[in-house]
Design a protein around this ligand. Structure first.
Ligand code: 13P
Length: 248
């Protein structure tokens, strides 16, 4: 049995006051569960450390620098995330690829920087609507995956999480059907199995894109979907906790 994970990606949302209330409700509302993760903007990581240390909820960031230290104005290193108790870091989210120009090679370097510091990367992969309609979904996610496996090696995925997030389903309210998601998850796992059957059996592959309490259970029931990466619904404690319970 692969472990299930439900990670909240808060994106650029929150405030000290809002986060304080949200975190308390998430801790209380998901008690007894494992695999619950919250990923906040950088400035609030100290708050997550303060509120979540000693609880069952883990935390992480949404990005990091591929560089170790030095003259990189505005960047945040893997070691800094470790300083604030992060266990996880989201890498290569489609918003970072599309809006901030991250290439598959940069994503691979960030993945490696995270792992070299002991963080568990949550590697995001996904196709746009145009790519899906052109029938190249598997080629696109395959290329995104291969760039990282090429640099970090397949065994690196023993200590990593993959999140399949079709770009057309993010923040749109339009979820992939459980079968559409399962097909891509299966393709990824088969691709990994060609390199290492052992890693393929172990690596959690999460689905992300408009996951809500109403659709979480049917998505998580698919054999190759091991939980979710949750955007909007992770900002509403009751919804997020319900999604976490659907994965348990
Ligand atoms: P939504 O759940 O808001 O669609 O966002 C998904 C996502 O991008 C998580 O990383």
């Amino acid at each position: 049995m692969r472990r299930k994970i439900v990670a909240g990606n808060w994106k650029m949302n929150g405030s000290l006051a809002e986060n304080g209330a949200l975190l308390k409700e998430v801790v209380a509302g998901s008690s007894g569960l494992s695999g619950v993760v919250c990923c906040s903007p950088y400035p609030y990581l100290f708050q997550l450390q303060r509120e979540l240390q000693g609880t069952h909820v883990a935390w992480g960031a949404q990005n990091l620098s591929q560089f170790e230290r030095g003259a990189y104005t505005g960047e945040v290193s893997a070691a800094m995330l470790v300083d604030f108790g992060c266990s996880y870091v989201i890498i290569g989210h489609s918003e970072r690829r599309a809006i901030f120009g991250e290439t598959s090679m940069t994503v691979a370097e960030k993945f490696k920087a995270a792992q070299d510091s002991g963080l568990i990367p949550i590697l995001c992969l996904g196709e746009t609507l145009a790519e899906r309609e052109a029938g190249i979904t598997e080629a696109v996610v395959g290329e995104q995956f291969d760039a990282v496996a090429g640099l970090a090696g397949i065994d690196a995925f023993e200590q990593a999480v993959i999140a399949y997030e079709p770009v057309w389903a993010i923040g749109t309210g339009r979820t992939a059907t459980p079968q559409q998601a399962q097909d891509v998850h299966r393709h990824l796992r088969d691709r990994i199995a060609l390199m290492s059957p052992d890693v393929a059996g172990k690596v959690p592959i999460l689905y992300g894109g408009s996951v809500k309490p109403a659709n979480a259970a049917e998505l998580f029931a698919m054999p190759d979907i091991d939980g979710g990466l949750i955007g909007g619904a992770s900002l509403v404690a009751r919804d997020f906790c319900e999604i976490c319970r659907a994965a348990a």
